[in-house]
Write a protein that binds this ligand. Structure first.
Ligand SMILES: NC(=O)c1ccc[n+]([C@@H]2O[C@H](COP(=O)([O-])OP(=O)(O)OC[C@H]3O[C@@H](n4cnc5c(N)ncnc54)[C@H](OP(=O)(O)O)[C@@H]3O)[C@@H](O)[C@H]2O)c1
Length: 296
């Protein structure tokens, strides 16, 4: 990952932030990094709606829950309609899994990692994008509504066209890298498509969470071993959230829609191959066709 030194912002202490009045949705805010970010934002006064399958913060001040299984595109559409997009100041996408060793398919016929980690975000963005932040009080409308898409941007993934649903052949790594590339493309595309809002990519690097469960097997020895090793060398989700929360609300990045940020919050360059807008159009067109197919 190459740093982009042309984009800088003033790092401040998360504890110094006052986010009273901020309305936030964290899609994937029930677990892992999204949960840590949700708690950090709510602790500074923001009203946060978390979307996920299992609510783990019932009773926590400032956190509401919207239950959804985002492996299903019709659920993604329902959630997008249920969220008060017009009033939102900030949306963070952290939903994700890792592709399983053997292909898994949702009830709508979509490979599961593609559905959860990428296509649900595409559906949500298309529904939320046009409505985002259009009805906010003057004092909060000084900044455009902003969206952060977490994934693994800036790592050189461009995706492989032709079989996004892995119907013809399956490799967990190819599928997952398609979700990585797709998420980076969502940021670059949305920055142009919705100029009334700003869009950013987040690359958290390796952090100990549940993200690899679907690949190694939940509670398996391999999974516990891998996460323990990762946990020794990398920050905790809470430490990452403390570092990144100020970035999420920083006015300094307002003019840089489409930018990506690494684990420490430094701007990084997008993957070089994604400078090709024709490739992005083709990838998104194939993705949208898959979503249409899911309607049956
Ligand atoms: N941790 C890392 O090392 C790492 C590295 C690179 C990139 N990332 C990226 O960071 C993001 C966050 O990952 P994480 O590490 O925080 O993973 P995580 O701990 O597994 O959390 C994933 C989140 O996604 C939600 N989710 C999973 N399946 C869902 C479904 N079918 N419907 C609705 N929600 C669902 C989970 O909610 P429930 O628990 O309620 O199901 C949870 O809130 C992902 O985009 C991931 O690709 C992580």
């Amino acid at each position: 990952m190459k740093k982009d030194r042309s984009i800088t912002w003033q790092h401040v202490d998360a504890a110094s932030l006052d986010l009273k009045g901020w309305k936030v949705a964290v899609v994937g805010g029930t677990g892992g990094l999204g949960r840590a970010l949700s708690k950090s934002l709510a602790a500074r006064g923001a009203s946060v709606t978390v979307v996920g399958q299992t609510f783990r913060d019932a009773g926590a001040p400032g956190i509401d829950f919207e239950k959804a299984d985002l492996s299903l595109m019709h659920e993604a559409r329902r959630v997008a309609k249920a969220l008060p997009a017009e009033q939102l100041d900030l949306v963070v996408f952290t939903t994700g899994i890792f592709a399983a060793p053997r292909r898994q398919e949702t009830a709508e016929g979509i490979e599961r990692d593609m559905a959860v980690s990428y296509l649900s975000r595409l559906v949500l963005l298309r529904e939320l994008g046009p409505r985002l932040g259009k009805d906010r009080p003057m004092e909060r409308a000084k900044l455009k509504p902003r969206v952060f898409v977490m994934g693994f941007p800036g790592t050189g993934q461009a995706g492989t066209l032709g079989d996004l649903n892995a119907d013809k052949s399956y490799s967990a790594m190819t599928v997952h890298m398609n979700t990585v590339a797709g998420n980076e493309m969502l940021v670059l595309d949305a920055a142009k498509r919705y100029p009334h809002a700003t869009f950013f990519g987040l690359n958290p690097g390796l952090i100990k969470t549940n993200i690899r469960d679907n690949f190694f097997g939940k509670d398996s020895f391999k999974s516990r071993f891998m996460e323990s090793v990762i946990g020794i060398f990398t920050p905790s989700p809470e430490a990452y959230a403390e570092r990144i929360t100020p970035l999420l609300v920083s006015p300094d990045i307002e003019a840089h829609s489409g930018a990506m940020f690494n684990q420490k919050g430094f701007a990084i360059e997008p993957s070089p191959k994604l400078a090709d807008s024709a490739h992005i159009s083709k990838f998104l067109a194939e993705s949208e066709a898959l979503v249409v197919r899911a309607r049956g």
